[in-house]
Design a protein around this ligand. Structure first.
Ligand code: PMP
Length: 758
């Protein structure tokens, strides 16, 4: 076994060699090599030996000198005789920098205990430090390190070192909250130089007053609220402290520097992230230093502080910290909705969510909880993307009117949409929703072919208008549905997992079915106006079309004189990753393309694109006019969405992240008996749950339970498919790797629970 170096002896030799002092040295508690230097008849000193190669001693010294000259009691380094204050030396074979610093009297705040007055003092003290550091600058200030709170989620890997699943879940919640509530706003919060670690050992107190500040080794520039959150995290760990009783700390800070709204938004999640970071770093260190149990002695008290905060919703915690009355009553909202909104509109999830804000890939509930939105393919470029919001707002401030005037926006936007299409698809119509777009496509197809009937794929949904409902087997075959309309013909779903045909030639074989249905439809004298096909089935259960299906099906349709309509409402605009449009995956060119949902990132917008020849056939004297369709604001919005897709390379992102998601889901399929099938392209994915991988008995109840369990863990998913057993995944394309990894870990845990309970 390796013997540990006798650090006090080595340090004492160094002290003599470089500072010419003979003294008795005592190592101070903690991981740093700090020694109390006591010489007869002289003031106490601290010998500080810094071995961390990432430390920036020059930055630390500049910061200490700045604070000292502003009147703060901080350690200052005295030069060695005939030399500098910072000396390069070597200790036990390690390069080190030695400093002899002044000793500050006072007791660490942890030992001294806490009163409301002292908390106020400490809060005000930190704000004064921040104020003073306003005029500090140093080239090394913008740096990062292991404890950098703005990157707390780097520690997430340590979660897997923890045995208890409930503790893993708590840490997942912490980092999720941090990523959703703090990370997006930190840069917009007031910035400055941070102490970096204002913990309860580094703030010295005496007789109820703050008398000193130690250890600036973690200083860096950043959002000031980071420091306040660290201070808060340590206050909350004090004996008998609660969220309410910590409030003087915040009042004290605000007596010098009032917080801004974004800082309120971030504070709780930052404090939680600091506690979670302490736990994760300790867990990681424990692996490498099992014989250093004392280093981890605070773990349990950190856990109990974390648990007590996490028992409250983030807004409850904030209300308690700032001594405010809780607001918002969901029961009243539900009652009002029941009384005033048509009852055929259901709410998602067993206990409905009250969502008050969207940002990026997150939805935020009124109780402050963030939810990773994995189902909203409408907010394609992220909820409330600032570029889209700004484009709409600035156009709305100038003009919003109908399309019977010349205006640049409609032509510019039409050109940009057509530029995303294969040659020939170059005429646009603008409407306000996917349903309207399908209605218009139907009208165009009927006018152009002088036929009435349509083919649709089983399980499809094409919209909520009367014609669209008649074209949607998902609806007319579902609850409250009515008999199939005589003008609608249904072809089988080309489902290679559960359908009749599952072999390698399934694509052309399912296309033969299209030919067969056309034959039956036309045998009584009917004729086909159009085949409406989603280019990946959504309500049908997130099903990619098998190879060769669409091209052969389109041939059958065209041979019968019908037009081929691609409903891209769900999958278009780069979501499938390998292509911008779903139909491109199949190597076909439709006659009409229908767009909705992501086209306006949430703004009501829909479009139909077709060929010049078809548009001319439709121009039969009856006008097409939509009061709102294609107005300048909608077109500005649509263009802004295209801008973001390009500027942020979202199609490529969908490809790369989709493949990461897919790999993770395939691993889950391997591990869990309930995951029957995993499928999709890019960020349009489906996970089909079954009770038995041979009989394929659908696990519909379990799918619903899983969706609710994931919602309780802060991830929004939903079920689809005629058997309600497919988990659908179609997030805003701006989600990131960490979101995917978190989702996979949480799914793994939830599926484990199912495995245990079976
Ligand atoms: N087509 C498809 C494939 C859809 O999924 C939907 C909506 N879910 C629509 C059309 C109708 O779009 P909207 O709700 O905008 O009318």
């Amino acid at each position: 076994m390796k013997t540990r170096p006798d650090y006090p002896a080595l340090a004492s030799a160094l002290l003599e060699e470089h500072w010419g002092l003979e003294a008795s040295l005592t190592r101070l508690p903690g991981e740093n090599l700090n020694f109390l230097v006591e010489c007869d008849g002289q003031e106490k000193k601290i010998l500080k030996l810094t071995t961390d190669p990432h430390a920036d001693v020059d930055l630390e010294e500049a910061l200490l000198a700045h604070l000292a000259s502003a009147g703060f009691a901080v350690p200052t380094s005295s030069p060695a005789p005939g030399s500098k204050a910072c000396i390069q030396l070597s200790i036990a074979g390690h390069q080190a920098i030695g400093r002899l610093q002044s000793f500050l009297p006072g007791t660490g705040w942890r030992e001294a205990g806490t009163t409301p007055d002292l908390l106020f003092e400490i809060g005000a003290f930190l704000a004064q430090v921040h104020q003073s550091l306003d005029s500090f600058s140093h080239p090394g200030a913008s740096r990062t390190h292991q404890w950098d709170l703005s990157h707390a989620h780097r520690n997430v890997d340590a979660i897997s070192l923890i045995d208890s699943s409930s503790r893993r879940r708590t840490l997942e919640d912490c980092f999720h909250l941090f990523r959703a509530c703090a990370v997006p706003v930190l840069q917009a919060c007031p910035q400055g130089m941070l102490h970096g670690d204002p913990n309860d050992e580094n703030i010295l107190v005496d007789k109820g007053q703050v008398v000193g500040l130690l250890d600036v080794g973690d200083c860096q520039s950043g959002a000031l609220v980071q420091d306040l959150a660290i201070l808060l995290a340590y206050a909350l760990q004090q004996e008998g402290m609660s969220l309410q009783s910590a409030s003087p700390l915040l009042s004290g800070y605000q007596s010098i520097r009032p917080l801004q709204r974004l800082e309120y938004d971030a504070l709780v999640s930052l404090a939680i992230a600091r506690l979670a970071t302490s736990i994760c770093i300790a867990e990681t260190r424990r692996v490498g230093a099992p014989d250093h149990e004392t280093w981890f002695s605070h773990q349990e008290s950190t856990w109990s502080t974390l648990d007590s905060i996490m028992n409250h919703s983030p807004s409850e915690a904030l209300d308690m910290l700032f001594d405010r009355k809780a607001s918002g009553d969901e029961t009243q909202l539900l009652e009002a909705r029941d009384a005033l909104v048509g009852p055929s509109l259901s709410l998602s999830y067993e206990s409905p969510l009250h969502i008050i804000r969207g940002r990026g890939q997150y939805l935020h509930a009124a109780d402050g909880r963030p939810y990773l939105d994995l189902v909203n393919n409408v907010c394609h470029v992220g909820h409330c993307h600032p570029h889209v919001v700004a484009a709409m707002a600035s156009q709305a401030a100038v003009l919003n009117t109908n399309t019977r005037y010349l205006h640049e926006n409609i032509t510019r936007y039409a050109r940009r949409l057509c530029d995303t299409m294969p040659d020939g698809l170059d005429v646009c119509y603008f409407v306000n929703s996917g349903s309207e777009a399908n209605e218009l496509a139907l009208r165009i197809a009927r006018a152009a072919t002088a036929s009435r009937d349509v083919l649709v794929i089983d399980g499809a949904y094409h919209g909520h208008t009367s014609n669209c409902i008649e074209m949607s087997p998902y609806k007319f075959n579902g609850r409250g549905g009515h008999a199939q309309a005589s003008w609608v013909h249904v072809v089988p779903m080309p489902d290679v997992y559960r359908g009749e045909i599952r072999d390698a030639d399934a694509g052309p074989a399912y296309a033969l079915e299209v030919g067969r249905v056309i034959g039956e439809a036309c045998s009584g004298g009917g004729s086909i106006a159009a085949f409406f096909a989603e280019t990946m089935l959504s309500c049908g259960g997130q099903i990619p079309l098998p190879e060769g299906y669409l091209s052969a099906a389109f041939e059958h349709v065209r041979r019968a004189g019908g037009l081929c309509v691609a409903d891209e409402v769900q999958v278009g605009f780069g979501r499938v990753g390998e292509a911008f449009w779903g139909f491109e995956l199949a190597g076909v060119v439709p006659d009409i393309v229908v767009m909705g949902k992501p086209i306006g990132n949430g703004h009501p917008l829909g479009a139909v694109v077709t060929t010049r020849a078809i548009a001319e056939a439709f121009d039969n004297g009856m006008e097409f006019f939509s009061t709102f369709g294609g107005n300048p604001v909608s077109c500005a919005c649509g263009m802004a969405v295209l801008d973001v897709i390009e500027a942020e390379s979202l199609q490529e992102r969908a490809r790369v992240l989709g493949s990461r998601f897919m790999q993770g889901l395939l691993a889950l399929q391997h591990r869990h008996s309930m995951v029957g099938d995993v499928r999709g392209h890019g960020l349009f994915l489906g996970v089909e749950l079954v009770r038995d991988k041979v009989s394929l008995e659908p696990a519909d109840t379990e799918a619903r339970q899983l969706v609710n369990a994931m919602k309780d863990r802060g991830v929004l998913l939903s079920t689809d498919g005629p058997l309600h057993n497919v988990i659908k995944i179609k997030p805003p394309l701006v989600l990131d790797e960490a979101d995917i990894d978190m989702t996979l870990r949480l799914l793994d845990d939830v599926l484990d629970e199912f495995d245990v309970n079976r």
